[in-house]
Design a protein around this ligand. Sequence first.
Ligand SMILES: Nc1nc2c(ncn2[C@@H]2O[C@H](COP(=O)(O)OP(=O)(O)OP(=O)(O)O)[C@@H](O)[C@H]2O)c(=O)[nH]1
Length: 377
Amino acid sequence: MKLTPEPSSHREGVHWTVRMNRRNRSAFYVLLFLAMGSHLLATGAPAWAWAALVLHYLIYPQLAYWRACRSSDQRRAEMHNMDADIVLAGIWLGALGFPLWITFIMCASGCINMVVFHGARGGVRLVVSMAAGIALAAITALPSWHPDTDLRTSLLCMLALGLYLFAFARDGYDRAMAQYQVHAQLRGQFDEIRSLQAQLREQALRDPLTGLFNRRQLDAALAPALRRCREQGTPLSVLLIDIDHFKRINDAHGHAAGDMVLQALARLLLRHARPQDLACRLGGEEFLLVLDDMPVAAAIERAQELRQAFEALRVRSEGEELAATLSCGVAAFPQHADQPQALLACADQALYTAKEQGRNRVVMWAAQAAEGTTAAA
Ligand SMILES: Nc1nc2c(ncn2[C@@H]2O[C@H](COP(=O)(O)OP(=O)(O)OP(=O)(O)O)[C@@H](O)[C@H]2O)c(=O)[nH]1
């Protein structure tokens, strides 16, 4: 099962947070470098400030990436990098006297980063790390208050923040699209599994040769059908059908020809069955038709129709026309039995009688077979 790779995968052994933050950090820091440089230029900053600027905004992103890549837990290391970003930003803000636009973009970008990765707790983490940075700046000199930024610096800050937001939004879009694709694939596979399960369930209830229901389905369906008839006071009849001398067909024409005869009888049963009837192949050349809401007289009539239709049927196999007959035992609820196994046993005894009496006939079960009502051909 292959799914479209999610962006969160480890590509080339680097965690996606490390890769994404490296790209965003490097690009954003170049813009910040320009904005901060503009501010340092406007305020006539000393040489050490320029050196710190180069170190932080051009070299530090590569060091942070290198450190995270080497870590045994890259994601955790990257979270520490993000904390360090905020602490360093706090140092700059404390040292520069909180220039308004620079303060704004550092707080806004830091807040976005922290909340995206830590949720609401990220806001607290931002405040703590920022305060730590400002406190560090206060060790060398008490933080002053110089909120003004010149127009050039303000415009560069706006540009930096705009591009940062664009990059973040695009990452969010890419991840949402990847997740949507994975979700769609999973949904498709889930539907496929469900339809395979339904197919398997159906196959477990069907005889593969004829497509009729099998013994398992009969066992599952007959008891509830009888219960329903008992509750509603309606009759139910069963026809147990067996092809006469089927072995001879197999012996004379081959197993494949025998299969064709079985399939032909199955089609015939289905043609004669109503939607509420249950047509089963119990095994070998034995079939059963459960006729819901059908009294025994009508069931005998139906069985005779089937017997005659099968007798008239010709099955073509390898240029030959095969003919066969069937015998049928009929039993009915409530006259003969009111439990599934007892009802089937009655139909079986009636079928046995039909075979004994010469085959190609329909016999209804009677308490004493000799006195049974027969409706033979
Ligand atoms: N072609 C084919 N033959 C099957 C299948 N299942 C069982 N049989 C054959 O059906 C035959 C059943 O033979 P018997 O039980 O002796 O019954 P019969 O020859 O029909 O004789 P009576 O039932 O007494 O009329 C056996 O030869 C089985 O091998 C099947 O799926 N396909």
